[in-house]
Design a protein around this ligand. Structure first.
Ligand code: 5AD
Length: 444
């Protein structure tokens, strides 16, 4: 009987796509997906190491996974992705039963590693990185959605932000050839996909290796020409190379979603410098002003780290002021977490954990109010929603508008994966609710 596999994903959208590539590789080698870990012969944890909390989650999960090994000696457990790359030794110390360790770009060899581990009964390890880079094309991807698809356009990052572990786990930046990206998107569209999400650590620095003139903005413009493709998203641009050309393409191509996730990390000039982000707060605000003045309205979201070493109460106030000034549509905020191999490790003036927690809470409360007030402006608007899932609210369905707002509404499950016009009738800080256009009572 075919081996059955189960993959658990921790972390970002890129990890979710990597898991789909691993699943594609395993299925291509003859294995079948299992409904859960208890029914799987191969259990893969695809991990994140961006913050220590993400790492601790994986160790906790490994503690639970251990009992599956007791089911029989044919059960194979793999730890793959960023954490495997960063701390394979610690993984084996803490969980000596682990059979496979492989870095984030090894999706295409996981089936071989499973065979090797099963044959040798010793850990199968592949942590080679820059000396042996994997191609960015993947022949087999087992996708979870039939209407939205992630696409790798670049891997790794050549910036050196002081807090960030990614260059250590995913290596220096490499871009994929434009022709290959366009071909994959066209194929997906012919299979019925409506939305693609272009993924890379810093997509805005994309350059086609086959033709250096092709910037990220030009790639977007070419993708927008593909007939049948409805939506293009991307994550994430970096403020250091967010160009006027990119904004211009977003304004003039309606298929490119009107949402920009532009991670700022801090509102303090001093902290930004210490973080080595490569832009000043003035430059960042200049980009924001251009986006806000553009003829097409854009939702703007960001990432913020509180409690970076040396962040004083006054620096934190600068971040709160930035929130007031920009009026973000949503903010992902995190307590600073020291990471191995990063420049920030040598910085003094650590902010105590309790203070980080207090700042995070203040920031999140401030932002919640901003979002609540912003979302009120959508009342009465008509939005096109790509229906994604059964809603977590009392409504039946949920999906996202082009600007990435979550919209809840009632309708039949047959609408999943379809673009549906919805009129907004209510809101909270985190989502909108509405009525499907054809369900509106007469006269409204
Ligand atoms: N500590 C806390 N947050 C971090 N991020 C990246 N590295 C760290 C760290 N060491 C956050 C940044 C980034 C997001 C993906 O994770 O805000 O944009």
């Amino acid at each position: 009987m075919a081996r059955r596999f189960f993959i658990e994903t921790f972390g970002c959208q890129m990890n979710a796509l990597d898991s789909e590539k691993i699943a594609g590789n395993l299925r291509h080698s003859g294995m079948e997906p299992a409904a859960d870990a208890a029914q799987a012969d191969v259990i893969i944890l695809n991990t994140c190491s961006v913050r220590e909390k993400a790492v601790q989650k994986v160790y906790a999960r490994l503690g639970e996974i251990k009992r599956h090994k007791a089911r029989g000696e044919n059960v194979v457990v793999g730890v793959v992705g960023c954490m495997a790359q960063l701390e394979a030794g610690r993984v084996l110390d803490k969980a000596p039963f682990v059979d496979i360790l492989a870095g984030p770009q090894k999706g295409r060899v996981i089936a071989e590693l499973v065979e090797q581990a099963a044959r040798t009964r010793a850990p199968a390890i592949d942590l080679r990185m820059d000396e042996d880079p994997e191609p960015l094309e993947t022949a087999h991807v087992l996708r979870t959605s039939r209407w939205r698809a992630g696409i790798t356009i670049s891997e790794g990052c050549s910036r050196r932000c002081a807090f960030c572990v990614v260059p250590m786990t995913r290596g220096v930046e490499r871009c994929r050839e434009g022709a290959s990206i366009i071909q994959e998107v066209a194929e997906l569209v012919s299979q019925g996909y409506l939305e693609v999400v272009l993924l890379g650590q810093a997509v805005s620095s994309y350059r086609d290796p086959a033709c250096r003139d092709v910037t990220f903005a030009r790639l977007l413009r070419r993708l927008a020409e593909i007939d049948g493709l409805k939506r293009i998203r991307f994550a994430s641009p970096h403020p250091g190379d967010f160009t006027d050309e990119l904004l211009e393409v977003m304004v003039s191509c309606p298929k490119v979603c009107n949402h920009i996730h532009l991670p700022v990390q801090s509102g303090s000039a001093k902290v930004l410098r210490a973080m080595r982000r490569g832009y000043t707060i003035q430059r960042y605000l200049e980009i924001i002003r251009k986006i806000q003045e553009a003829p097409r309205p854009m939702a703007i979201t960001t990432d913020i780290i509180v409690g970076f070493p040396g962040e004083t109460a006054a620096d934190f106030e600068d971040t709160l002021r930035l929130l007031d000034e920009v009026q973000y549509d949503s903010v992902f905020s995190f307590k600073y977490s020291p990471r191995p191999g990063t420049a920030a490790l040598s910085l003094k003036d650590e902010v105590p954990e309790a203070e980080k927690g207090a700042r995070l809470k203040v920031l999140q409360e401030r932002q919640k109010l901003i979002q609540f007030n912003k979302n009120a402006a959508y009342l009465g608007q008509l939005m096109e929603v790509l229906v994604d899932e059964e809603a977590r609210t009392r409504f039946a369905l949920a999906g996202r508008a082009s600007n990435n707002k979550v919209v809840n509404f009632d309708g039949p499950l047959a609408l999943m994966g379809r673009l549906v016009p919805v009129q907004i009738t209510g809101f909270s800080a985190n989502s909108l609710k509405g009525v499907r256009l054809e369900d509106r009572p007469e006269g409204s």
